[in-house]
Design a protein around this ligand. Structure first.
Ligand SMILES: [Zn+2]
Length: 312
């Protein structure tokens, strides 16, 4: 008897635990660049103040904390002349949080990927909105409720994709159609949001680049042939970009007052003002970003295969 009225669902290449295991292995085996940070006193990016104080309609609580509790760090990595501003609520993100851990985890992302991200915000896990553990904002900022490298990599993937529109290109959609499987249970739940499938596949591609192709796990045996076309497209689209050294044309913006603070490629704070005279923007990238509005991604808590997960 033919089955009727049933949605065709593709199988997944791996369980949630296997998929999150990939980013855990990247975290364990990729060393962050040397880094240092200074704490800012009395000044913080506008978006941090806005988001930390925003009252969520579901929880009726702040998403983060009141402004005086916000800590702002300016973080420098040895592989980039530009700096990043992180803001978080005290040190109360969750057990095990340290500034150094947050900074090192972000440093494990390729430098060009970091250059796509404006601010990283860390808010207490108990303040997370219903059905979300992390957001990638249209302003290229990331909010994490809880410190989790798997989530950080996933949200960073959204921001990279938001800029370049990889997931909406015909090549990725066609690969998705042709392939026999999806990368993860989360991708399966979000099958109608191509950007989510893209972000989940991106984690798998980073695993191949950082771990398999560098010989850091000769015993890796996950069979990815059922999703080979998705992986091929992401390899073609992102490998070269992310293998590059710091690119001056990608500016690390800052949402603070000051001359040229919107786009500081090589920022220097001089007498309380940002001196960004050396902006070297790439017009084609600017055009690209203004073509259509960016999307906010809300990554929820979903049912999983029994592991202690917050997202998928
Ligand atoms: Zn997502």
């Amino acid at each position: 008897m033919p089955e009727t009225g049933k949605m065709l669902v593709k199988p997944v290449a791996m369980t949630w635990k296997q998929h999150s295991g990939l980013s855990a292995e990247i975290r364990a085996k990729v060393s962050p660049p040397e880094n240092r940070w200074t704490q800012w006193l009395g000044e913080t990016p506008k978006v941090c103040v806005e988001k930390a104080n925003e009252i969520n309609s579901g929880t009726k609580k702040r998403l983060g904390c009141e402004t005086p509790e916000l800590s702002t760090l300016e973080v420098f990595y040895d592989d980039a002349p530009s700096s990043w501003l992180f803001c978080f609520c005290g040190s109360g993100m969750e057990g095990g949080f340290t500034e150094q851990r947050l900074i090192d985890d972000f440093g494990r992302l390729p430098v060009v990927m970091r250059q796509h991200i404006r601010h990283l915000m860390g808010f207490p896990i108990e303040n997370r909105p219903p059905s979300a553990t992390a957001w990638a904002l249209p302003t290229a900022d990331i909010i994490l409720w809880g410190l989790d490298f798997d989530l950080m990599l996933h949200e960073a993937a959204h921001i990279l994709d938001n800029k370049h529109k990889f997931s909406s290109a015909g090549s990725f959609r066609k690969a998705l159609e042709n392939d026999a499987c999806l990368p993860s249970p989360y991708a399966s739940q979000k099958i109608n949001v191509t950007a989510e499938v893209w972000a989940e596949t991106f984690t798998v591609r980073r695993y191949q680049v950082e771990i398999v192709e560098k010989g850091k796990n000769p015993e890796s045996t996950i069979d990815l042939s059922c999703m080979s076309q998705q992986l091929d497209v992401i390899r073609n689209d992102t490998d070269d970009i992310l293998a590059a050294d710091h690119k001056p044309e990608y500016c690390v913006r800052k949402d603070i007052d000051g001359d040229g603070a919107e786009c500081c490629d090589n920022p220097h704070l001089v007498e309380g003002k940002w001196n960004c005279d050396t902006i070297n923007s790439n017009p084609s990238l600017e055009q690209l970003s203004s073509m259509e509005p960016f999307i906010t991604f809300y990554d929820p808590v979903i049912e999983n295969d029994g592991a202690d997960d917050k997202r998928s």
